[in-house]
Design a protein around this ligand. Sequence first.
Ligand code: UD1
Length: 419
Amino acid sequence: MDKILIRGGNPLKGSVQVRGAKNSALPLMAAALLAEETCVLHNVPCLHDVFTMDKILSEMGMAIDFTGRTMTMDPKGVSSHEAPYELVRKMRASFFVLGPLLGRFSKAKVSLPGGCAIGTRPVDIHLKGLESLGVKIRIEDGYVVAEGRPQGANIALDFPSVGATENLMCAASKAQGVTRLTNVAREPEIVDLANFLNGMGAQISGAGTDLITILGVDSLGGTEHVVIPDRIEAGTLLIAGVATHGDVTVLNADADHLPVFLDKLRDMGAEVEVHGSRIRAAAKNGLKAVDVSTQVYPGFPTDLQAQIMALACVAEGASIIKENVFENRFMQVAELTRMGAVIDVDGNSAVVRGVPKLSGAPVMASDLRASAALVIAGLAATSGETSITRVYHIDRGYERIEERLASLGADIRRVRDGQ
Ligand code: UD1
């Protein structure tokens, strides 16, 4: 197994490209199951989660060519409507094939998911929504077995779940009749999926608002689409720059997708500038504490909570960080503490008391975003070496993170464990 070694203290400087959004690419790939012709996706990130989805779809009979960052998906040979446990357990997003399979075959058998260990993460909202579309659902030996052609319906989600909104949009695209979904997720990835499906011939309106209306169609064709930039990766790279008192510009980003986050960086004393698709963040002076409360979009993203906590560790004063989207998403805390951070957790709230310096330590990655927080803390540490084990968590969502941070001046490298 690989590990990442970091000697912190170098201010990161320069510019770096943001890749396509993992959380868009995965549902878009799954949605290609609905097409009857070839779909082409550009700006697809080279990530483990993308390879996992590639494998799931390939096993169903999808012919996939992934060259550079372009993925060509020919669904003509898709014959299986089953997603097995061995693949689904690796990644919760595998569950996103459920809606597309129902739209395509009117039946699906998908293992209940695994994924990041951040709380229980049930799928009740997905299943309840599909049942409201008239689909018969039963759980059998750890699998969701679903049958029936979706029928248009009016559905109010109990919570604006991103994945449930995506599964329902896909299933309803080929439903008989009109579906109206309310209390839906409004994330940019939802809008990207709607644009992709509409490119295939779907009739979806309202994505990005609280009400999505879908007029079901009988067939969907091929399309070509560019995946939106990864707002979480952009945010992570900007925080890394600020945490090292550096000056980092992310290219090919979309500042409109990071509204509250960029304001929080400013509140902490960072200089933030946006020019078209470039976002620059620099920190010359000391950083100030900040209060952050995660919310569904357009609120502060839960996927940047761990990273901003790492930044708060080196800011002056006490920051209060509240996690409202997931239970048990403070897995970075114990490891940050080993690097000298002072953090008290009480339920879903953490009080972070900034310290003048962090020091490097051996730490273990526990989930994707917690791992990113450890990388940031390692870069900010002004003494010692940080070694991060279990970096496969990082590779799920960040493409060659060490190479890209090294290009900004970080002293960071990947070695085989035992070296
Ligand atoms: C997606 C993102 C993930 C992000 C999350 C919230 C992908 C691949 N992943 O995950 O990175 O952190 O949105 O922005 O896009 N819930 C239920 N029942 C359900 C579904 C969800 O109780 O049926 C709960 C979850 O346990 C969680 C909350 O709702 O507490 C949010 O989950 P959801 O929005 O569904 O997240 P994902 O789609 O899994």
